[in-house]
Design a binder for this molecule. Structure first.
Ligand code: GLU
Length: 292
């Protein structure tokens, strides 16, 4: 193995439910990659979705991580303390002319996509067809003045015009080419959230100087969006490692909301930390099949 001294990885859970074996797999991948190279593994709490009840789950998560003996380096970063940073980045994107307000509701988007005969994307849902990008400046000004609720979307055609199709490196899949327009104009901010997952994750990976992002294969497509944002914001590009997802014996993906696979329920059922960690290693050896 070629050593990569000084690498930094991170575990970035959204504590919107109990810590689950899927989270634990992500945490282990990050910790082990850092340990294998004598690097650091940081913890970041991704709690920007203020609708979720994070506080209670966060306390339980710390307890579960302690019980498992999983430790992280440096200070914990908490996204709800960084809204000012995200606002400044949004302002920068607005200044570059890359954001536009979108007044479409979720059901309107669904209907527009259905009319075009398109199916929702497996991991990114309904890809926005760009309806509000085509609104006139007067129509936009009128709606904003009338206080019509809106989100802010990233104009991916303009992004692509600005940065082209840059590459990133995936440790499993090799060199990848980012095509900014592939997944539509994503939402970067809402009225009640100053940042979406996509914006916050890119800004924070750079702020924490993460050199290697390990996360589940369900986020592979999102990396196109993240690489595009790194391009327009002039941020460093980490390497990525999208690992296998846990599945049950029938091959169905384990859902995070499946309480039976929470670390707390395994503790209550009498498993030791070592047994939980060994089961996870076994699941990895079996290509991601979890058997407990
Ligand atoms: N917060 C995300 C989750 O809990 C992970 C984000 C990432 O690793 O980029 O699923």
């Amino acid at each position: 193995m070629k050593m990569m001294p000084g690498i930094t990885t991170r575990f970035a859970p959204s504590p919107s439910g109990p810590l689950h074996v899927g989270h634990l797999l992500a945490a282990l991948q990050a910790r082990r990659l850092a340990d294998a190279h004598g690097g650091r593994c940081l913890l970041r709490v991704e709690d920007i979705d203020t609708r979720a009840q994070h506080a209670g789950y966060l306390a339980l998560m710390y307890e579960d991580l302690e019980w498992l003996g999983l430790r992280f380096d440096g200070e914990v970063m908490v996204q709800t303390r960084r809204f000012g940073v995200y606002r400044a980045v949004l302002e920068e994107l607005r200044r570059q002319g890359l954001l536009y307000p979108c007044f479409c509701t979720r059901s309107e988007i669904k209907a527009q996509v259905a009319e075009m005969g398109r199916a929702p994307h497996a991991t990114l849902g309904f890809l926005y067809p760009g309806t509000c990008r085509r609104l006139s400046a007067d129509a936009v000004a009128e709606k904003l003045a009338a206080g019509v609720p809106h989100t802010w979307r990233l104009d991916m055609q303009r992004v692509q015009d600005a940065i082209g199709c840059p590459t990133w490196h995936d440790m499993h899949r090799g060199t990848q080419r980012c095509v900014p327009t592939l997944y539509g104009d994503v939402v970067l901010a809402r009225k009640d959230f100053p940042a979406s997952y996509h914006l916050a994750v890119v800004v924070d990976d750079a702020a924490q100087r993460v050199s290697h992002v390990t996360r589940g294969a369900d986020l592979f497509e999102s990396t196109h969006i993240h690489r595009a944002l790194q391009g327009v914001l002039g941020l460093p590009v980490p390497q990525y490692c999208h690992h296998a997802l846990l599945r049950d014996n029938a091959g169905k993906r384990l859902a995070k909301r499946d309480g039976a696979r929470s670390i707390a329920s395994l503790r209550q059922a009498g498993y030791s930390p070592r047994q939980v960690l060994e089961s996870l290693q076994l699941a990895l050896d079996r290509g991601g099949i979890w058997w407990v």
